[in-house]
Design a protein. Structure first.
Length: 232
């Protein structure tokens, strides 16, 4: 690890230096502004950029060595604070072969659980401001979790449909496309409304996809811990 850290630091130094040089190049190359006296020398733009690099590289070397001496991850944290770096999240499209509809099942169960909890809430009729605030806070949290996990169901089902299932699966399981389409529509319906029947149908529809998924691997699907996972 001690040998790898300097390499990482050097790489970051040159990346940052290149970015800064590209940013300041238009400034360096612009015509000189009128001054009270003529300049002694008029170095070429290339020489100016080279001089700028000779200054920036040691500075960034010292900076990265200082912040990364004890913890290399502080280098990334420092860069994120100083540069407009945005994180990107994506699913791997390489056929790694690791797929499982359990994420969609857990998300669908979460939608059902949130619907049940929303319907079980007692509205504080004639209550105090604090009681109204607590009710609105709990209600909004349940709705937010419900909608987030309904979207997870759609994403996980789409991943299975696009990355895992192949034409031979569609031929062997002709009801697969309609089941996936229905699951996506049920997920959207659960985002739009608080409907216990729609939430139960969403869980059942995900189970149907899971049955087909595991059948394509020669395994009989059975979620034996579904009730324990769902809880009371």
């Amino acid at each position: 690890m001690e040998r790898i850290v300097p390499i990482i630091e050097i790489a970051f130094v040159f990346i940052i230096t290149t970015i800064i040089v590209d940013e300041v190049r238009p400034i360096v190359n612009r015509p000189n502004l009128p001054t009270a006296r003529a300049p002694i020398a008029n170095p070429s733009p290339r020489r100016r950029v080279a001089c700028l690099q000779s200054i920036l590289i040691p500075c960034f070397c010292a900076f990265t060595l200082r912040i990364g001496r004890n913890d290399p991850m502080r280098i990334l944290q420092g860069l994120r604070r100083r540069l407009p770096i945005r994180e990107a999240h994506a699913h791997c499209d390489i056929p790694c072969g690791i797929y499982d509809p359990i994420a969609a099942k857990i998300a669908a169960q979460t939608v059902l659980k949130m619907v049940m909890r929303i319907q079980a809430l007692d509205y504080p009729q004639g209550g105090t401001n604090e009681e109204y605030a607590a009710y609105r806070n709990t209600f909004s949290r349940y709705v937010t979790v419900k909608e987030q996990h309904a979207e997870v169901v759609k994403q996980e089902v789409n991943i299975l449909g696009i990355d895992y299932f192949k034409p031979e699966h569609l031929e062997k399981y002709p009801n697969l496309p309609s089941t996936m389409w229905e699951t996506g529509k049920l997920a959207s319906a659960n985002k739009q409304a608080i409907d216990l029947d729609a939430a139960k149908k969403l869980v059942d529809s995900v189970d149907e996809i899971a049955k087909i998924f595991w059948a394509s691997k020669g395994v009989e699907y059975e979620d034996a811990v579904a009730d324990v996972r769902f809880g009371a």
